[in-house]
Design a protein around this ligand. Sequence first.
Ligand code: GA4
Length: 333
Amino acid sequence: MVVPSPSPMRTKKTKAVGIPTIDLSTYNRSKLAELVVEACEEYGFFKVVNHGVPKEVIARIEEEGFDFFAKPAAEKQRAGPASPFGYGSKNIGRNGDMGELEYLLLQSNPLSISETSNAVSNDPTKFSCVVNDYIEAVKELACEVLDLVGEGLWVSDKSVFSGFIRDVQSDSILRLNHYPPLVDKDPSAKLAHPCANNNTRIGFGEHSDPQILTILRSNDVGGLQISLYDGLWVPVPPDSNEFFVMVGDVLQALTNGRFQSVRHRALANSVTKPRMSMVYFGAPSLNAWISPLPEMVSPQKPSLYKPFTWGQYKKAAYTTRLGDSRLDNFKIT
Ligand code: GA4
């Protein structure tokens, strides 16, 4: 069921609407598929409810995350730097982007998780289990959404999208972002409000995600904003019980631009409570070829993008700045 949210947004057709909310437990399959496609086309972003991820799986990883970020800086640094995986603070990527956050980047395969776990937790076995359980659950959710995309777009192989992230070599990752509050322990810090302008303290700057599909969950502290076609930033009310789904660049390429990856950012304006988001990025394997699906191409809608492997795209992405439109470099001119 699509429920309009209380905060109105404007679409490319500039009608005021709410953030699309899709209840995965209602409707029949074909109606659900239609709603998912509609949300991906209009916004590249939606919320899913009745998603099937068990509450305990979410609660356990949230607890592990908060425990880790509560550790002294020197201890956290031992799990860094985050290139390619581990703990990072303020620096984002390799080209000088910065944000008001600290984070943990984890590769989604159990072997790599257990390696990182040793530096992250005093109980690495427990940490690995908790992270693996969460990844398995959100991966299922991502695959379910992608199968609905396949059905709604009437492509011949309905599991073509989910197949990329079901691949055992899938390069999917999990990111835990921790945005400390303005006032941590010292209440006098309130006087020095570090917001640059308009109370906008950038936690994670504007960007689109390079992968296929992103599944984001946060605690009940706001900060996520999405950018719509008219450049308006729309705050997304937090909902710790539900997940937000975002179209990534690779899904834009596969659908030949019918879906567009959503530009988003996170503000770190919370005064007393930290924000923590847990973000799963569903990606193909490094050697998977990406090009617009034949069903998305026609004489009226010729292919917009050159074929590339995910490995090539990822490598190119790491040479860009966070806010760059990376897919433009792969456009057929
Ligand atoms: C955005 C999505 C994911 O968080 C991420 C980010 C990555 C990083 O933080 O190292 C990137 C960014 C993200 C896109 C362009 C490059 C790479 C920082 C950056 C400037 C882990 C990812 O895969 O791409």
